[in-house]
Design a protein around this ligand. Sequence first.
Ligand SMILES: C[S@@+](CC[C@H](N)C(=O)[O-])C[C@H]1O[C@@H](n2cnc3c(N)ncnc32)[C@H](O)[C@@H]1O
Length: 339
Amino acid sequence: MNPQLDPTPDHIMQVGLGFWASKALLSAVEMGVFTELANGPEEFNDLAGRLGLHLRSARDYLDALVALGFLHRSGEAYSNTPATDFFLDRHKPSYIGGILEMANARLFGFWNHLTEALRTGRPQNEAKEEGASPFTTLYADPARLKGFLAAMSGISHGANLAIANKALWKNYATYADVGTAQGDLAVQIALANPHLAGIGFDLAEVGPIFEEYAETNRVSDRVRFEPGDFFTQALPRVDVITMGHILHDWDLKNKKMLVSKAYDAINPGGALIVYDAIIDDERSKNSFGLLMSLNMLIETPGGYDYTGTDCMGWMKEAGFRDAHVEHLVGPDSMVVGLK
Ligand SMILES: C[S@@+](CC[C@H](N)C(=O)[O-])C[C@H]1O[C@@H](n2cnc3c(N)ncnc32)[C@H](O)[C@@H]1O
């Protein structure tokens, strides 16, 4: 064994200093680099000037984005890659930068307190001092609320499209997306299945933002908002209930309560679809799901992510039959239980 080459420290260094690359990308989203370049390639001086970059590091910064694979450079001109142009131009409907804007504005700082969270078991976000529900603190500020809801669409869109295009919808007529946020899942299901009528269920503050999104996507005739609190109210009576990134926000008692409330609300023959970055049963492969669980430590008093076997167990306990796990995209899977 050559100790210089094998083992190598590459992976350790890449992850250990991964925040350099992460923050370079997050600042690019913050400054609108990809939105600016969506109008076409720009020469170095024009681009640096328009972004307000200090000349000391402007070239290194833009070339770092080239080396990281987020920009192309030809001569003096910088341009978007196909992926950054499609996903990170704020003016395109395919924009997923909301989650990165939130990561930049909130999570990047909060994660600096991970060690404290690991030692105390306590959240490290805005609710750190008050111990309030994470949503109460977040929703007290309308700009933060809108940012959070758009961020959820960003992180969920790929999985939402995959769920919307599943064959099971042909068996059903109505659905409710519980904890719908901006409503991307409810909207994508309606767009892919013209025979369905759906409800977005969430706290009342979310209503106007949901309705604007349904309107923009021209599905408001089939998708409506229902205000409600899933701790104190029954869920809407429908054929299918979906819950995206809901169970991971809460502790075991509330996870089971939500699955059981869904069982009560679903019509006989209907289904519950739960999705998250479901952790593999061996708890050794889905690193995104495991890190998401740590993000729930940072963000919530009791939330954590879980395996498919965990979730199928809660479904069986609530009365569902034939629970099974289906992969969606990337780290996301759904767990389906039939009533
Ligand atoms: C993590 S987000 C998930 C959003 C969306 N389903 C997705 O996957 O992108 C959790 C959602 O649950 C909603 N929520 C939190 N507490 C709630 C409650 N007590 N009743 C209803 N909805 C609630 C929040 O407003 C938020 O939209």
